[in-house]
Design a protein around this ligand. Structure first.
Ligand SMILES: NC(=O)c1ccc[n+]([C@@H]2O[C@H](COP(=O)([O-])OP(=O)(O)OC[C@H]3O[C@@H](n4cnc5c(N)ncnc54)[C@H](O)[C@@H]3O)[C@@H](O)[C@H]2O)c1
Length: 269
């Protein structure tokens, strides 16, 4: 029996990258996992996860012995989000953990950013987390239990030039974390946020392509500012999942409204 046995977790942006790793580690700890991803590309952005990748996440979860339900859904659409909750309750009867991980980023000068790009970044990173949190909250309130983890970014703590839309979106979700923590605490719901530094996933490969750089070079440049050096400065998906596993565990039951930087000290000013 794992520490998460009997719990049900919904993770958005679960097709690949950090979200897929969160799903597999939650399943390995015994949780039933609902893996959600849009599985469709968005115009002007790097390739997002495919349906095959989402199925693979679910298969890897099941290989741990836990159950997993992959759902193709766009977190921007409240109707699709409502269906995610319905399918979760129908299959598992409850929802204990929500990880708002789906995200989208792009590099744009403020005087050049298009309406479409601005809408996509704000809608996926902010509205998506609002839609999902609004959907799961009634079930969590009824249970008097819940763990909501929002994935922001170091860019929320130390906003970056040419990433103002992304920095603002992640800052919004860090602020919403604190508001939801105060509001939902009386129902035993913890709400926390992780602010990752740079992790080499499809997002960074996509941003590197925009800059005409090799992914490893962009990764090293984005990582500058870490207090660690060399290989030690490289943040892995497991570093982020380690923080998630702590925040969904009973060890963090008195921690709520916290924005936890997992960034090698980059934003520690
Ligand atoms: N990679 C980094 O350096 C980094 C740094 C800080 C924060 N983050 C954040 O971490 C989270 C995970 O990112 P990642 O690094 O794994 O990148 P990623 O691009 O590999 O994963 C993001 C996932 O979100 C999915 N997604 C996008 N739009 C969606 C939508 N509308 N509905 C449902 N799913 C959608 C994508 O298909 C993809 O699977 C994101 O919120 C990201 O902003 C990443």
């Amino acid at each position: 029996m794992g520490t998460m046995t009997g719990k049900t977790a919904i993770v958005t942006g679960a097709g690949h990258g950090q979200g897929a790793n969160h799903c597999i580690r939650l399943a390995d700890a015994g949780a039933n996992v609902v893996a959600v991803d849009v599985c469709t590309d968005v115009e002007f952005f790097y390739p997002l996860a495919s349906k095959e990748e989402l199925e693979d996440t679910a298969a890897r979860c099941r290989s741990t012995g836990s159950d997993a339900l992959p759902i193709v859904a766009d977190v921007r659409d409240p109707t699709q989000v409502a269906s995610v909750l319905d399918q979760t309750i129908e299959r598992f009867g409850r929802v204990d953990i929500l990880c708002n991980n789906a995200g989208l980023a792009r590099i744009d000068a403020i005087d050049e950013v298009s309406d479409d790009v601005l809408s996509a970044i704000l809608d996926v990173n902010v509205r998506g987390a609002f839609n999902m949190t609004r959907a799961v909250t009634p079930a969590m309130k009824e249970q008097n239990y819940g763990k909501i983890i929002n994935i922001a970014s170091a860019a929320a703590v130390k906003p970056l030039p040419y990433l103002s839309h992304y920095s603002a979106a992640k800052g919004a979700i860090a602020a919403a974390t604190k508001s939801w923590a105060r509001e939902l605490g009386p129902w035993g719901i913890n709400v926390n946020c992780i602010a990752p530094g740079t992790v080499l996933t499809a997002m960074i490969v996509g941003l590197a392509a925009q800059l005409d750089k090799a992914p490893e070079q962009a990764f090293d440049e984005f990582n500058s500012g870490s207090v660690f050096t060399g290989a030690r400065s490289h943040i892995t998906v497991d570093d982020i999942t380690d923080a998630l596993m702590f925040l969904v565990s009973e060890s963090s039951r008195m921690i709520t409204g916290h924005v936890l930087a997992v960034d090698g000290g980059k934003t520690n000013t």
